[in-house]
Design a protein around this ligand. Structure first.
Ligand code: ADP
Ligand code: MG
Length: 313
């Protein structure tokens, strides 16, 4: 099988929303009137973002999921994606499994894979995604105001705990490991919640590099500070907080949403979360004074070993 037969066989699927998808020099997309276009890209490198021997179906899922999460974090609806793939060999079983994970999520979320590029090389995957949001309604990082409450979706620290187990730094029980691995390898992008928070959240992002560091991006862009109750951060109750505090507050790969909203919107936040079928937890408050203050349940300051992930640190 050559490159072109492979693309025809595995990557060419009927486009649902695009006028023209895979197979031409470029895709033809039809913007929905009254919307603005959201564009984001993410690069996944074997050995850095994932283990080279990871389940290819999980990798296909995650490659798209991390991009969907960026559109969700803007309050957007994902519409199309293009896939760049460097593959060491044309291993058909691997490609078929990768496509199973990728297209299952694409179909479930209404996204057309409208094109891409394939080359031989060290395993690297890059997705560029496009989404739409009603004009003026994108939820940005720079809208947090003093007095706003800080919220987090889902649970934090599980993916980091799985990674700690898989790299031999910790041991989890079999059932807990299964749950944590699911979060690491099959993250669920919070698209419905992001869209439901339009007009409610004042600022939002997705937590990919750790809660504390990512919240720091909202604080910086909004020129505000925050006080957070670290023991209020949602996690699995089987992860002992004394041991896993850094993973919960600053571990990566959670792909949950962190957002702010005025206190008067608290009921609207809860209603939006209920509509989306996702738990949300209030974890702190935005202050005028710059900086992030992490406090434990006894109001004592907490210092983390590191705030978040930096590829060049
Ligand atoms: P070109 O030489 O113009 O870049 P290619 O031969 O690389 O075109 O690709 C042929 C078609 O297949 C294009 O429509 C391209 O978007 C699509 N394509 C190539 N690789 C992928 C991929 N990994 N996933 C989805 N579509 C792909
Ligand atoms: Mg090409």
């Amino acid at each position: 099988m050559n490159e072109f037969a492979m693309i025809r066989r595995y990557f060419t699927r009927p486009a649902r929303r695009a006028r023209l998808g895979v197979g031409d020099d470029a895709a033809v997309l039809v913007p929905t009137p009254g919307t603005e276009l959201l564009v984001s890209t993410d690069l996944l490198v074997a050995g850095r973002h994932f283990f080279a021997d990871v389940d290819p179906a999980a990798l296909g899922h995650k490659t798209l999921a991390v991009n969907l999460s960026d559109i969700a974090a803007m309050g957007g609806e994902p519409v199309w994606a293009v896939l760049g793939a460097a593959l060491p060999t044309l291993d058909e079983a691997w490609i078929a499994a990768f496509c199973d994970g990728l297209f299952a999520l694409a179909e479930r979320t209404g996204v057309d894979i409208v094109g891409g590029d394939t080359t031989c090389g060290p395993l690297t995957l890059s997705v560029t995604i496009g989404g739409e949001v009603p004009a003026g309604q994108a939820i940005r990082r720079d809208g947090a105001r003093p007095g706003d409450e800080i919220w987090v979706s889902g649970q934090l620290g599980l993916a980091a705990a799985a990674l700690a187990h898989l790299s031999g730094e910790a041991r989890l029980s079999a059932p807990l490991l299964a749950e944590c691995r699911k979060r690491l390898e099959w993250p669920e992008p919070r698209i419905g919640l992001g869209m439901a928070l339009r007009g409610i959240a004042s600022a939002m992002l997705d937590i990919s590099d750790g809660f504390a560091g990512d919240l720091g991006h909202i604080l910086e862009r909004s020129a505000v500070g925050a006080t957070v109750d670290i023991d209020a951060l949602p996690t699995d109750n089987r992860l002992e907080r004394a041991i896993w505090r850094d993973a919960i507050a600053a571990g990566g790969d959670d792909y949950e949403l962190c957002f702010t909203a005025p206190p008067a919107q608290a009921a609207a936040v809860r209603a939006a979360a209920a509509r989306a079928g996702v738990d949300v937890t209030r974890v702190g408050v935005i202050d005028a004074a710059p900086g992030l203050r992490l406090l434990d349940a006894q109001q004592r300051p907490v210092h983390l070993k590191r705030n978040g992930f930096d590829h060049f640190a």
